[in-house]
Design a protein around this ligand. Structure first.
Ligand SMILES: [Zn+2]
Length: 458
C-alpha cells in the first residue's frame, strides 16, 4: 500500500457504520484507512483538520441533464459540473436527452465524451437512451460503457427523443434484460395525460390537474408487471405520486428488481405554495400537495424509495414563460440539492447518515459504482463533501453556478453550507472557488452483475 499523502480529520465523519470522530487517510486518490480521530499522522502526510465540519462522501447524482452538445445555451459540462461541485456532488450521470445528438448510438456516445473531455470538474458518466427504433443499438451502447438506459412512456418534450409504446417498451426491456442491464423510466401513462383537463395558462392548479397522479400510478404498475415477467431490472425516475408507493412496496417484497428515486423539489416544495405563473416550479411529473410530500418522506424512511437525485434540467430563462402548458419543464437543482434535502430532512428528524444513504450510497449502487463511490470507506475514491450542517444561507440566484440562474429556491433560507468538495484527494471547490477541471469520464465497469434478491436497495 502507498503511504498516506493526506489525512482529513473531523469530529464528525459519516461512514457506512455511522457518524464518528475519525481521521481518513488518502493515497493515490483512494481512501486507505479510516482511523481514530487522534491517530498519529503518517510521516510525509499532510493533515487537513476540518474541526467540527462534517466529512461526507461526495454525493453521486444519477439524474442530470447537461444538454451538451447541442443545447449549450441551456447548460454545459463546465457549468453543470461547477454547480455540482459547489453542491458537494462529485459524480454525475448525464441523461441521454436534450443534447444534440441524444445518446442513442455508440457514435453519439463518443461525440458526448469528446465534448465533455477536459471540461468536467467532477466525474461524469452517461446513460444511453432507448428509443422506438434503436433496439439494436442497446447492447453496443452497454458494451461501450453506458450505465444503463432511459426511456419515456409519454412525450419527452423534445422531438428527437420519442417515447416508447407498450410493445416497444417490452421489446427494449427484453433486450436490456438479455445482458442484465438497467432500464430507467419516466413513468407517466400518456392515455391518462390525454384524458386529463388541459386548460393551459398560468394557474398552477390547472397544470397540476393536467398531470394527475393516476398517470404515474398506472405507468408504474405496468412497468413493474413487465419487470416481474421478464425478470428485468427497472428504475422509476423522479417519482412524484405517493399513490404509486403501495404497488412498488409490494413488488419489492416479491423480489421484483425495481428501484425508485425522487427529487429534492418533490421533497421540499408543495403545490399549495407555488404562485400562479411561476414556471420555475414546473417539472413533469409535477410538484404535488403537502400531504403527498409526506408520503414520499415516509417511503424514504421505510426504504420504498431508494434514492434522491436532482433531475437537474435547465433551459434558458425565456423558455420559462408564465404559461405552464408551454413553459419548459425542468428544475435546476445541482448546487442546492444537498442543503434543500438536508433542511427538510433535519426538520423531520432524519440524520445526515440518511441523506448520505439516499444521495450517495444508493445512487452509487444504482449506477454499479458502489465499490468506488458513495462511501467514506477504505478502497473508495477519496471524494468528499465538507459540510457545515448547522449554518444557514439564503438562496441568491446570482450565486448559482449553472448556466441559467433560474431557480425554484430563490429567497429560501437553507441549512448546510458546503465548505469544500474533494475529488480523488484533491480539493476541487473551496468557498465557491474552483480548481482546473480534473474530473474523469466514467464507464460502467465491465463484468459487473447486479445482485438478485429481495433487499429492496439498488
Ligand atoms: Zn430528467
Amino acid at each position: 500500500m502507498t503511504d498516506a499523502e493526506l489525512v482529513l480529520r473531523s469530529t464528525r465523519v459519516v461512514t457506512p457504520e455511522g457518524t464518528r470522530a475519525a481521521s481518513v487517510a488518502v493515497a493515490d486518490g483512494t481512501i486507505t484507512a479510516v482511523t481514530a480521530h487522534d491517530a498519529p499522522v503518517p510521516d510525509g502526510a499532510r493533515l487537513e483538520d476540518l474541526g467540527d465540519d462534517v466529512l461526507l462522501p461526495g454525493l453521486v447524482d444519477t439524474h442530470v441533464h447537461v444538454n451538451d452538445p447541442g443545447r449549450t445555451e441551456w447548460e454545459g459540462f463546465r457549468t453543470a459540473t461547477r454547480a455540482a461541485a459547489a453542491g458537494g456532488i462529485t459524480t454525475l450521470i448525464d441523461m441521454p436527452l436534450n443534447s444534440l445528438p441524444p445518446t442513442t448510438t455508440v457514435g453519439h456516445l463518443r461525440a458526448k465524451r469528446r465534448v465533455a473531455a477536459g471540461k468536467a470538474h467532477i466525474d461524469v458518466g452517461f446513460w444511453g437512451g432507448a428509443l422506438p427504433d434503436n433496439v439494436r443499438d442497446l447492447r453496443p451502447l452497454h458494451e461501450a460503457g453506458v450505465f444503463g438506459f432511459k426511456a419515456f412512456l409519454s412525450p419527452s418534450g423534445v422531438a428527437e427523443f420519442p417515447h416508447l409504446g407498450q410493445e416497444q417498451l417490452a421489446r427494449s426491456l427484453e433486450e436490456i434484460a438479455a445482458f442484465d442491464g438497467l432500464l430507467t423510466v419516466h413513468a407517466e401513462d400518456p392515455r391518462h395525460l390525454a384524458a386529463a383537463p388541459q386548460r393551459g395558462g398560468p394557474r398552477y392548479a390547472d397544470f397540476l390537474a393536467s398531470r394527475p397522479r393516476r398517470a404515474e400510478d398506472t405507468a408504474i404498475a405496468h412497468l413493474v408487471d413487465l419487470a416481474r415477467r421478464l425478470d428485468a431490472r427497472v428504475h422509476v425516475l423522479h417519482l412524484s405520486s405517493g399513490d404509486a408507493l403501495p404497488v412498488i412496496a409490494a413488488a419489492k417484497a416479491d423480489g421484483v428488481r425495481v428501484t425508485v428515486e425522487t427529487c429534492p423539489h418533490y421533497l421540499t416544495l408543495t403545490a399549495e405554495e407555488i404562485p400562479d405563473g411561476a414556471s420555475e416550479f414546473k417539472c413533469c411529473p409535477p410538484i404535488r400537495e403537502a400531504a403527498n410530500r409526506d408520503l414520499l418522506w415516509q417511503a424514504l424512511a421505510d426504504g420504498t424509495i431508494d434514492c434522491v437525485v436532482t433531475d437537474h434540467s435547465p433551459s434558458t430563462a425565456d423558455l420559462k414563460t408564465d404559461d405552464f402548458s408551454t413553459a419548459w419543464g425542468g428544475i435546476s437543482g445541482l448546487q442546492l440539492s444537498l442543503p434543500a434535502v438536508w433542511t427538510e430532512a433535519r426538520a423531520r428528524g432524519h440524520g445526515l447518515e440518511d441523506v448520505v444513504r439516499w444521495m450517495a450510497a444508493h445512487t452509487a449502487r444504482l449506477a454499479g459504482l458502489g465499490t468506488r463511490k458513495g462511501a467514506v470507506a477504505p478502497g473508495h475514491d477519496a471524494d468528499f463533501a465538507v459540510l457545515a450542517p448547522d449554518e444557514t444561507f439564503t438562496v441568491d440566484p446570482a450565486a448559482l453556478q449553472h448556466r441559467n440562474r433560474v431557480t425554484a429556491y430563490a429567497g429560501r433560507t437553507l441549512h448546510g453550507v458546503v465548505r469544500s468538495t474533494w475529488l480523488r484527494g484533491r480539493r476541487v471547490m473551496a468557498g465557491g472557488e474552483f480548481t482546473e477541471p480534473k474530473g474523469r469520464l466514467l464507464t460502467r465497469s465491465h463484468g459487473h452483475r447486479h445482485p438478485r434478491g429481495r433487499t429492496g436497495t439498488p
